[in-house]
Design a protein around this ligand. Sequence first.
Ligand code: GDP
Ligand code: MG
Length: 274
Amino acid sequence: MSVAFPSMANESILFFVPMYRCSAQIGRVIAQFEQLSELSAPHAVLCVDNQSPDDTLAVAERALEASSVGRKCLVRNNDNYGLGGSHKVAFDYARDQGFDHVVVLHGDDQGSIADILPLLKAGAHHSVDALLGARFMRGSSLEGYSLARTWANRGFNIIFSIIAGQRFYDLGSGLNLFRRAPFDTGFHTKYSDDLTFNYYLIFGLADHKYKLRFFPIRWREDDQVSNVKLFSHAKRMISLLLSRFLNKNAFHSADHRATKRDSYSYSVVRHWEV
Ligand SMILES: Nc1nc2c(ncn2[C@@H]2O[C@H](COP(=O)(O)OP(=O)(O)O)[C@@H](O)[C@H]2O)c(=O)[nH]1
Ligand SMILES: [Mg+2]
């Protein structure tokens, strides 16, 4: 009797949306997932609300109810974990539910799922550990970003690349895919929970020799309100760069969180499955 191996084409994908104060945009993001009907791989949508004080949760619930995606889940973090903490929730969820890949799309509708769909259809995620959306490479388009912000980003990309020893075209856009298995080791759990999480993550992936591929994306800023305070954010970036530069191993073993937690618990608000 022959043993049937599951084909790679059947590997499942979790589409994770971190949400925080994005009630005006979240409906548009969830509507983008209608395009997932073009995908043959098994998939689901997970929306993670990080205790938004506005009505993001209620708007997301209505939009998910109206969505034609078959499998979808809306959860709420049990505490304010920040953007990094919401990623930790999603990787735990993906492991517990047996998803092979996690796609992240920010809840404030700055990115387009259409930019990654052709790669998923072509199976590009089967040969790498991460597909990283890049706002700053040939083929990308940026709308509504100031020149100062664009060049600050480009400058940091170069400095991070030099320190990592490989070219980074973005340090953390809002559209990425990660293979889930590397996260089972928990290498990411002590990285910062705030908006700087992605910078730790990209060093973590590169330093652990995971294979990264960047792809160009379209990124817009119209009715979104960025929570990034440019000056304090840059200061935090410089300090983490310095600590990674001085001692790579200590950087990856240190706890970079403002609040140390044993777990990132959440409550399921609603789950749909057809
Ligand atoms: N700022 C912030 N964003 C969060 C949090 N949890 C999830 N998010 C989502 O993360 C995304 C990125 O945040 P944003 O302030 O837009 O940063 P920017 O797009 O890099 O300027 C948004 O889609 C938020 O909805 C959180 O605790 N804080
Ligand atoms: Mg944003």
